[in-house]
Design a protein around this ligand. Structure first.
Ligand SMILES: [Zn+2]
Ligand SMILES: [Zn+2]
Length: 387
């Protein structure tokens, strides 16, 4: 039995490693593209129709693709290729594929690896098959830009690799693994900023797991205002690694504070209507007009009916649930701290830690409790051993 388990574990580890050397990402996803032009950035590209090589696209030539009578048709200066299911363009070694949507007109993107042009109803679907580390670098550049410190890029790289691995089955019924939109992770093609590609390589294959060797949900928000929340404070589920912590790194950052004025009558009317508070009562009224939390709480008041801060944030579209309430004339003034739900990693705090040269592992441990970095090729092995 023991032998059998170990054999399974090794097979599983091999599967994961093989599976995640490359990822299939649907790009320009949901844009309704019906026509596009593709070109190589360097050298000739191999052209495949329904998986069979049918020719080459010369370095200075382009391929215009569209659907005609239910078939995918690709036209270059020198040839026309048609396919029932897909046309694939494979970039030369070290090169990329330039993809420009013509209908609708979209900005050009450059991708490493290959691009598969598929039929998706009356539209075209573009699937970029790309090495995992190149995808990770692309996501980090799309999400973090080029202004961050190297340790922040490493932190982001392990975060998006972990996410990619945990969510690679999200689009399985559609025939690819991840999309390039916020739904999965924003990916605008290959990274060009040196420190970002370096961060992806330095952290190659590393993912973040909890004490039970499960991939973590690397939850993050913009700025916690000085204190994060427990996962269960916001969502129904608690996670041992998503625990409230105090954070001094973000309190001088761009989204540390906010202010909002609301007419007093509107605020009181809302409390009465939505939460059933008897605001004619002086004590009830006093509580919702002067709220000064010493630390993050879950409710605006202390006597029933309780007013959940989460609901107040949603109804008034507040930046956070962390705020004081005071009055100024006929207005109620909310002085708030932070931006976002407040669970997990505080991005502006993490950026500041990275700027101070704090190693990314220490940043990770500051925001997530009892987590570890492991190589993804050993992940399934650990999981099976633990059963
Ligand atoms: Zn998606
Ligand atoms: Zn913070």
């Amino acid at each position: 039995m023991r032998l059998h388990l170990t054999a399974c574990a090794l097979v599983a580890a091999g599967w994961v490693a093989a599976q995640f050397q490359e990822v299939q990402v649907a790009v320009l996803h949901g844009k309704g593209v019906t026509s596009a032009t593709l070109m190589g950035t360097r050298g000739a590209m191999a052209v495949l129709a329904d998986g069979r090589q049918v020719g080459e696209l010369a370095p200075n030539d382009g391929l215009r693709v569209a659907l005609e009578d239910g078939r995918i048709v690709g036209r270059s200066l020198s040839a026309t290729w048609t396919a029932r299911e897909r046309i694939t363009l494979r970039a030369a070694s070290g090169g990329g594929v330039r993809l420009r949507a013509v209908v609708p007109k979209l900005a050009e993107r450059v991708y490493s690896g290959s691009i598969d042009i598929r039929r998706a109803g009356a539209e075209l679907r573009f699937v970029n098959e790309v090495k995992l580390e190149e995808y990770v670098a692309g996501v980090v550049e799309s999400e973090a830009g080029a202004q961050q410190a190297p340790e922040y890029y490493k932190l982001q790289a392990v975060g998006c690799r972990t996410y990619a691995l945990a969510n690679a089955r999200k689009h399985a019924p559609e025939g690819f693994e991840l999309c390039d939109q916020v739904h999965c992770q924003v990916y605008k093609g290959r990274a060009t900023h040196g420190p970002i590609t370096e961060a992806a390589q330095v952290t190659r294959g590393m993912v973040v797991v909890d004490a039970g060797i499960r991939l973590i949900h690397a939850t993050f928000h913009s700025n916690c205002g000085g204190e994060t929340l427990n996962a269960e404070d916001i969502w129904s589920r608690s996670e041992p690694y998503l625990q409230a912590i105090t954070d001094s790194f973000c309190i001088a950052q761009p989204h540390a504070t906010w202010t909002l004025s609301i007419p007093k009558a509107e605020w009181l009317g809302y409390m009465e209507r939505k939460h059933g508070l008897r605001v004619a009562d002086a004590a009830v009224r006093a509580e919702v007009l002067a709220h000064e939390p010493q630390c993050r709480g879950l409710y605006l008041n202390t006597t029933r009916p309780l007013v959940p801060l989460k609901q107040v944030r949603e109804d008034w579209k507040l930046r956070s649930t962390y705020f004081t309430v005071r009055t100024a004339g006929d207005q109620v003034v909310l002085d708030g701290r932070g931006f976002g739900h407040g669970v997990g990693l505080c991005q502006e705090g993490a950026m500041e830690m990275a700027r101070r040269g704090i190693p990314f592992m220490d940043i990770l441990h500051h925001y997530y409790r009892d987590v570890h970095l492991v190589d993804l090729s050993t992940l399934e092995f650990f999981r099976d051993e633990g059963q």
